[in-house]
Design a protein around this ligand. Structure first.
Ligand SMILES: Nc1ncnc2c1ncn2[C@@H]1O[C@H](COP(=O)(O)OP(=O)(O)O)[C@@H](O)[C@H]1O
Ligand SMILES: [Mg+2]
Length: 236
């Protein structure tokens, strides 16, 4: 079961939002997801509280540097993906979480392009590779991108980062009110009312593309029952 960490030492980059979008989409596809909430603002835990039971999602709150490895080993058997939400500040948890991860996702606010918080994470990954020979897969995901930004402009930003050998996901997370509202109303993009939330279809499509790209990069194993049901669905 892969461990995926969202890291950027700057608050407001869109980490917690991206965690929730990925977790809820993976859960919808049948993966059992455990979210480790290490964000002192506890947004994910609050979302979980107001949502009530969400199929395939467990949330562990108050995760610390000391407790993190234990949470992972204790929940291995019943989890297909672990997702770690980190604080938006430089913190000892960062190195611990990164060290336990199969993939680190670095959300960088697309339009602001204030990449300093992301650069600190990339520096840590480089340090681990150089000094300890520990190579951890990672990618930048551009977040909160204005829906008016053209594909061409986005391609330019991606090319710029790629030139510096920074891998960037093809899917950018667009600035959508649905991604904000989900924290207020609980549930998922698929329990929201499309007549009340603007561009909900586009938001769902965006979250799906984002999750599919991550599944391709960091494949998890669906539980046997889900694989069977999917196979029977395909055969029918
Ligand atoms: N894609 C998005 N669309 C709309 N609002 C967003 C998006 N990503 C983040 N936000 C908003 O920006 C603020 C900071 O985002 P958050 O995910 O909490 O960042 P971080 O966890 O990095 O501090 C929140 O108010 C959140 O609702
Ligand atoms: Mg956060």
């Amino acid at each position: 079961m892969p461990v995926i960490t969202f890291a950027n030492t700057k608050g407001g980059a869109g980490k917690t939002t991206a965690v929730l979008l990925l977790a809820t989409e993976l859960a919808r596809q049948g993966y059992r997801v455990t979210i480790l909430d290490a964000d002192p603002q506890h947004w994910i835990s609050r979302w979980h509280e107001i949502s009530g039971h969400v199929a395939n999602i467990s949330v562990i709150d108050f995760v610390t540097t000391a407790s993190l490895p234990q949470h992972i080993s204790e929940n291995k058997q019943n989890t297909d993906y672990f997702i770690i939400d980190l604080p938006g500040a430089r913190n000892p948890l960062l190195a611990t979480a990164v060290g336990l991860s199969d993939h680190v996702l670095i959300p960088i606010q697309g339009c602001a392009m204030d990449a300093r918080g992301g650069a600190q994470v990339l520096e840590l990954l480089q340090y681990l590779a150089d000094k300890a020979g520990i190579k951890i897969g990672h990618s930048v995901v551009l977040t909160r991108v204005n829906s008016m930004v053209t594909t061409r402009a986005l391609q330019l930003v991606k090319a710029l980062l790629n030139e510096r050998h920074v891998p960037v996901l093809d899917t950018a997370i667009i600035e959508r009110s649905a991604f904000r509202d989900i924290f207020d109303c609980g549930g998922t993009l698929h329990t929201m009312d499309p007549t009340r939330v603007s561009n909900l279809d586009k938001a769902r499509e965006n979250a799906l593309c984002f999750a599919e790209e991550i599944i391709r990069k960091v494949p998890g194993r669906l539980p046997v029952a889900v694989r069977l049901a999917n196979a029977m669905g395909r055969a029918a």
